[in-house]
Design a protein around this ligand. Structure first.
Ligand code: NAD
Ligand code: UDP
Length: 318
């Protein structure tokens, strides 16, 4: 297949490019580098199965060749510690990538009769009242909270994807991605994994927001990409959660990272501006991924963190 991947220079998009090429497909990457980096795809330069278009997906998309699949991953996805609101970093751009970007990428799929895969998120469940989260749960999201620009953009994107499926017969897929980590995350993107590893490698205390009792379930990137590929190759049109169901509190996660890095500086508890909107518990129910895709994650947290720590060590020259 020839596949258009938007957000190709980002964390997940760049791993997706590598994986698809390794499976014998050719990839057209698209990105405007708003949060991604050319470094993430530099190794693909000169590869005959890879080409790149620098473009903002919220503007009309022109693709020079027929594509067989479109994977829409372009969206800012992380908080920005420097922003007065903390989360998310690029509010209007986030809404435009989720709304206009999804419309434009669905348009490309319609034009070529290509299959379409939307990168959605566990954030569509908001601060969930159901635990773990199944795809059938409609969520508990604040439409006007600070996170709403991300949550509602993705909820709109899911609705638009289903509308193109139902009314234009587009062959669509929706993946709801849970917290994923691994090499190529941006060191300063504000998410908990780069924050903690960066602090630990500099022998600084880890900043745990609130009491650290909020939970997340972290999936290693290689596992996630394999699940997404299986979904792309399946015939499933309804949303599928892809993530690692192994749940951990942020406090235990900090302790784990300090242990793995031998950081003696410990932990500081911080009242962060993000806390009012911070989901308290998050864990995917992956029954659908297991039964429909025959997929489940294999990498345990220690192994995944070891390779992520090695990547950041090399990045910051420690
Ligand atoms: P990332 O910031 O590393 O990658 C996003 C990429 O999209 C960047 O390269 C950025 O430059 C590009 N981009 C953003 N807006 C664009 C625009 N208008 N036009 C063109 N390119 C644009 O983030 P990521 O973690 O790789 O996330 C990728 C996708 O996966 C996002 O859609 C995100 O919502 C989704 N997701 C990620 C996670 C996770 O844990 N990493 C969880 C849930 C959902
Ligand atoms: N968090 C933290 N310290 C940090 C960064 C994040 O305690 O330095 C917490 C944050 O409040 C949230 C969790 O870690 O409860 C995960 O945050 P992240 O931004 O990685 O992802 P999301 O909140 O979108 O799941």
């Amino acid at each position: 297949m020839r596949v258009l991947i938007t957000g190709a220079a980002g964390f997940l998009g760049s791993h997706l490019c590598d994986y698809l090429i390794s499976q014998g497909h050719s990839v057209i990457g698209m990105d405007n580098f708003i949060t991604g980096s050319p470094e993430n795809i530099a190794h693909l330069a000169g590869n005959p199965n890879f080409s790149f278009i620098k473009h903002d997906v919220s503007e009309y998309i022109f693709v020079p060749q027929k594509v067989d699949a479109v994977m829409h991953f372009a969206s800012p996805a992380s908080p920005n510690p420097a922003s007065p609101f903390g989360y998310p970093s690029l509010p209007i751009q986030t809404m435009k990538a989720g709304a206009l970007g999804t419309h434009n990428t669905l348009g490309v799929a319609k034009q070529f009769g290509a299959r379409f895969l939307l990168a959605s998120t566990s954030e569509i469940y908001g601060d969930p009242l159901e635990h773990p989260q199944k795809e059938s749960y409609w969520g508990h999201a604040d439409p006007i909270g600070y996170r709403s620009v991300y949550d509602e953009a993705k909820r709109f994107a899911e609705a638009l994807t289903m509308a193109y499926h139902r009314y234009h017969n587009i062959d669509t897929r929706i993946v709801r991605i849970f917290n994923t980590y691994g090499p190529r995350m941006r060191l300063d993107d504000g998410r908990v994994v780069p924050n903690f590893i960066n602090q630990a490698l500099k022998k600084e205390p880890l900043t745990v927001y609130g009491d650290g009792m909020q939970t997340r379930s972290f999936c290693y990137v290689a596992d996630l990409i394999e699940g997404i590929y299986k979904l792309l190759m399946s015939d499933e049109h309804l949303p599928v959660n892809i993530g690692n169901p192994s749940e951990i509190s942020i406090l235990d996660f900090a302790i784990e990272i300090n242990g793995l890095t031998g950081n003696p500086a410990g932990i500081v508890f911080k009242k962060d501006k993000r806390l009012s909107d911070d989901p308290q518990r998050r864990q995917p129910d992956i029954t659908r991924a297991k039964t429909i895709l025959n997929w489940e994650p294999h990498t345990n947290l220690q192994d995944g963190l070891a390779s992520t720590i090695a990547y950041f060590k090399q990045k910051i020259n420690i």
